[in-house]
Design a protein around this ligand. Sequence first.
Ligand SMILES: NC(=O)c1ccc[n+]([C@@H]2O[C@H](COP(=O)([O-])OP(=O)(O)OC[C@H]3O[C@@H](n4cnc5c(N)ncnc54)[C@H](O)[C@@H]3O)[C@@H](O)[C@H]2O)c1
Length: 381
Amino acid sequence: MNQPELGVVLNGVTGRMGYRQHLLRSVLAIREQGGVALPDGSRVRLVPVLAGRNAAKLAEMAARHGVDRWTTDVDTALSDPGTHIYFDAQLTSAREPWVRKAIAAGKHVYAEKPLAESLPDALELAGLAHEAGICHGVVHDKLFLPGLRKLRRLIDGGVFGRILSVRGEFGYWVFEGDWQSAQRPSWNYRAADGGGIVLDMFCHWSYLLENLFGRVTAVTAKAATHIPRRWDEAGEPYAATADDAAYGIFELESGTIAQVNSSWCTRVFRDELVEFQVDGTEASAVAGLRRCRVQHRSATPKPVWNPDLPVTESFRDQWAEVPDNGEFDNGFKAQWEEFVRDVAAKRQHRYDFFAAARGLQLAEAGLASSAEGRRVELKRL
Ligand SMILES: NC(=O)c1ccc[n+]([C@@H]2O[C@H](COP(=O)([O-])OP(=O)(O)OC[C@H]3O[C@@H](n4cnc5c(N)ncnc54)[C@H](O)[C@@H]3O)[C@@H](O)[C@H]2O)c1
């Protein structure tokens, strides 16, 4: 029986995200399970083409995973009628020209965030993609995390009453690279190479806040470069010119106030690398990557401030675990499957380039707020 196939060019597949999350955990896992199931019961197979700059690495990776095709000639791969989807997980500064070419070639485009390095570029790409009538999407992985899906369930269940505030903590210590190697690529810490935690993380906070609590209408932020000197992959010292921590207050159109700290210069005293506490009139919840805990007003303790007495209750034990009630697949894979279903159904992907542009709008507004020391309102795009 002939199974429909979609050719997917994966550019930047040798990178951290391109390899681990998109090739291994998504595209190859989908191949392993026999394709993406469509609503009519049929399946569509993905045929990957590994693309990048380093032939030796691509050839080795293709052989290791039994992938037939790889190329360093992305232009030719884009002109191939067998290519249906262009995916980009290159470093951020390399993305925009290739996305533009893929749109011009009439391919559907799925990309890592941020879509581009500036709001005008992202808006232009969104306009071009819209006019071309292709399916366009940008990674919104955090929404697919088990902890945040359980939080979504609480919101949909009306558990919170009126949501007053959200407090997010994201981060961990990224080693400078001298006496212990850094666990993130060095371009992240160079502004000229598209680095910086505001550009990296505010895109995530934009779609996360918008989809769970309401669109961001204003931001007040302070970005900092706490560690000005780091060591690169070759062990050479370099000037870290990009921000490595950002402290932000986000006002949402729902009236909720969100505060999110993002930092690569903090040591973790949390249960997970990202956690959000949501406080509502009826209940509060704390959600991380995997876990979500809730406390209803009927089960809320009544502590009394008294520094003369030791703490007599264990506050953490007073929260109830939200059950999984099902299996959560890898979030990147779940979004890949959704994107492929949208391509097959010839409809738009809900997390599109316009959402990506709003992410860049928030990043730019955050940087402007920090540089100018003021609150910045976001125009509705
Ligand atoms: N969704 C997420 O949670 C998440 C997490 C981390 C990174 N990202 C995004 O994924 C993208 C890739 O990040 P990464 O951490 O995998 O980076 P990485 O440095 O590990 O990989 C970068 C990839 O781009 C390629 N590349 C193309 N042109 C290059 C050039 N001129 N210099 C260096 N490399 C070049 C590299 O060969 C490599 O394949 C970034 O846009 C980043 O913002 C997303």
